[in-house]
Design a protein around this ligand. Structure first.
Ligand SMILES: *Cc1c(COP(=O)(O)O)cnc(C)c1O
Length: 577
């Protein structure tokens, strides 16, 4: 592997990164987005390096019992098969102890041969205390204290590691969500040390740090932002750092989002609406929008890859050429879809014995089992759903998703889907796949006929699984939230649930009932007749989903926007090219 430490201009920090489907180093959309970001950076040969934690025990293996109650087990994964250790070591101070940090290198190869290195930090070293050795084991593990210590390893340890590796030309530090915000402290500390200030932080130093930092926020609700009580921060970070934090305006609890906002020159939300919502949450800061995307080559099913290779020969290097899918024949699109659907149906039947039928309209819903995503919304009125399926169907539904180990509501949701599956037996076939991961996401997003999305607005900052579906010509049936506000053209790229963003906001009646009714109406009046009685019309929607949404909601377009608007290194990048 070529060593390109001199070239990296951008360092990307993320608590989770989905690098390989067989590395359990991610929990959900945030990590998958980080992986797609780096894959596109490698394709575009953007001089970038990335830092994350190793997560030795992985984001858990999911077991579901007959009733759908989830149990978790650590994942044993062969680190050496994917990564190689680097000789450099650094240390960080945590609770007045010295914690040693090692790292593993993972190499992402781009379409034109470019390479992007990712360093996975590891504290499982004999010189560390037993508890410190566990700090890079679990993604979103137990307790505030564990979390804050992990964030020290990521933000401060990660920065020091890049320095130890010899990265000396980094111009921009990109924090993917607030977990990496302590990077701001690391940068500040370095500047302070070189100027040997003892008290307070001069404003020009904070300005200098800010000039280097870019922050992407992903959470539209206050409760989702990382926050730590002052005594914990004092204990973990020590007096000196807490004094610096006070200089950044943190008198009470330490809020990682605020630290990142304070320390960054460019801040963005992950969809147009999310940028606006974030600005209302943090009115003091200008917040831009760069809408998420997906790495098209990663998410296109084999049958669509073959089709695109034939019709759009540049698509692997140039995702925007998916726009030219308008020239692919309906028959070929349907053929590629049928292949992807057959693969999925075979898999589901083998795994769950659900007896799915490849000719039946198949709805997919797979994502983290978080309450706001409302996985059971489609079952709000199962009599009505069953009646619709009998009149205009048949219909079958495939679910998948893990609940966070401490999310009791999420676990109950999975259990509830199993109960409803049994209640609907004989009317609608329902399958639940365990261990939702990137491999399953790829199978599901490509193999169903319609991708269902029912978040409680405005909770879905962006959402990306519908974009993966679009790359495979699968239209979305979705509440108008997150990316779908931008991606939705009724009867062209899919269908909305509710006409306007505000349509179910009236104080009378619950939003669930309102959205469920809108979902049933759309299913009965539009989706089912279109699928069963107007196949040509349905395939036309598939084609537009690829051209309009696949062509735009990809990480190549997204990275170009980061280059132009956030990193602002285009001139430099071209000169070095
Ligand atoms: C894409 C993906 C997600 C994110 O899906 P959303 O629609 O944003 O909820 C979560 N988990 C996995 C495994 C994925 O591949």
């Amino acid at each position: 592997m070529t060593d390109r430490t001199d070239d990296a201009l951008v360092a990307y920090f993320s608590m989770e990164i989905g690098l390989d489907p067989n590395m359990p180093t991610y929990a959900g959309g945030l990590g998958v987005l980080a992986g797609d970001t780096i894959r596109s950076a490698a394709d575009l040969e953007i001089p970038m390096v990335a830092v994350t934690l190793l997560h030795r025990r992985g984001y858990f293996h999911q077991w579901l019992d007959e009733q759908g109650w989830q149990r978790e087990e650590p994942v044993a994964w062969p680190i050496n098969d994917f990564c190689k250790p680097v000789p450099q070591r650094v240390t960080v101070d945590i609770e007045n102890r010295t914690v040693h940090v090692a790292a593993w290198q993972f190499c992402v190869r781009g379409e034109s041969g470019g390479e992007t290195s990712v360093y996975l930090l590891d504290t499982d070293l004999p010189e560390n205390q037993p508890w410190d050795r566990t700090l890079t084991d679990q993604l979103y593990g137990d307790g505030d204290s564990y979390r804050l210590c992990q964030e020290v390893v990521l933000g401060i340890g990660g920065y020091r590691l890049l320095r130890a590796l010899g990265y000396s030309h980094i111009r921009r530090f990109h924090m993917n969500e607030g977990h990496a915000a302590l990077l701001v402290l690391a940068l500040l500390e370095e500047k302070l040390a070189s100027r040997s200030y003892e008290q307070g932080v001069p404003a020009d130093l904070i300005d200098a740090v800010r000039e280097q930092c870019v922050f992407t926020t992903h959470t539209p609700v206050p409760a989702g932002h990382d926050q730590f009580p002052p005594d914990l921060a004092q204990r973990v970070l020590g007096d000196r750092r807490c004094a610096w934090l006070r200089a950044c305006g943190h008198d009470q609890s330490v809020n990682m989002t605020e630290l990142a906002l304070h320390g960054s020159r460019f801040v963005n939300g992950v969809a147009m609406k999310h940028g606006e919502v974030s600005h209302n949450l943090f009115p003091g800061y200008p917040i831009h929008s760069i809408t998420n995307g997906v790495h098209a080559v990663t998410w296109a099913a084999p049958s669509f890859q073959t089709l695109y290779d034939r019709y759009l020969p540049d698509w692997r290097r140039d995702h925007l050429s998916l726009r030219y899918a308008i020239k692919i024949s309906a028959q070929e699109i349907w053929g590629a879809h049928s292949t992807a659907k057959q693969t999925l149906v075979d898999y589901v039947n083998r795994e769950t014995n659900a007896g799915l039928d490849r000719d039946v309209l198949t709805i997919g819903f797979a994502r983290r089992a978080a309450a706001y995503k409302r996985g059971t919304l489609i079952f709000h009125d199962i009599e009505r759903l069953a009646a619709i399926a009998q009149r205009g169907g048949p219909l079958q539904i495939i679910f998948s998703g893990k609940a966070h180990p401490r999310d009791q509501d999420g676990k109950t949701l999975i259990h509830r889907i199993h109960e409803l599956r049994d209640a609907l037996r004989g009317t609608i076939r329902v399958a639940y796949l365990t261990n939702y991961d990137m491999t399953l996401a790829k199978l599901l997003c490509a193999g169903v006929d319609v991708w269902l999305n029912t978040p409680l607005p405005p909770m879905e900052a962006s959402g990306t699984s519908g974009m993966k579906a679009a790359v495979n010509g699968v239209p979305s049936l979705s509440v108008l939230d997150g990316w779908w506000i931008e991606g939705h053209v009724e009867d062209v790229t899919g269908w909305s649930i509710g006409d306007r963003v505000e349509s179910c906001m009236e104080p009378s009646g619950s939003m669930d009932a309102c959205h469920a009714a809108a979902l049933y109406d759309k299913l009965e009046q539009k989706v089912m007749p279109c699928f069963y009685k107007d196949r040509e019309g349905f395939v036309e929607i598939m084609r537009q989903a690829i051209a309009l949404n696949g062509g735009f909601f990809n990480t190549q377009r997204m990275m170009t926007q980061y280059l132009h608007n956030a990193y602002r290194l285009v001139g430099e990048y071209v000169r070095r090219g």
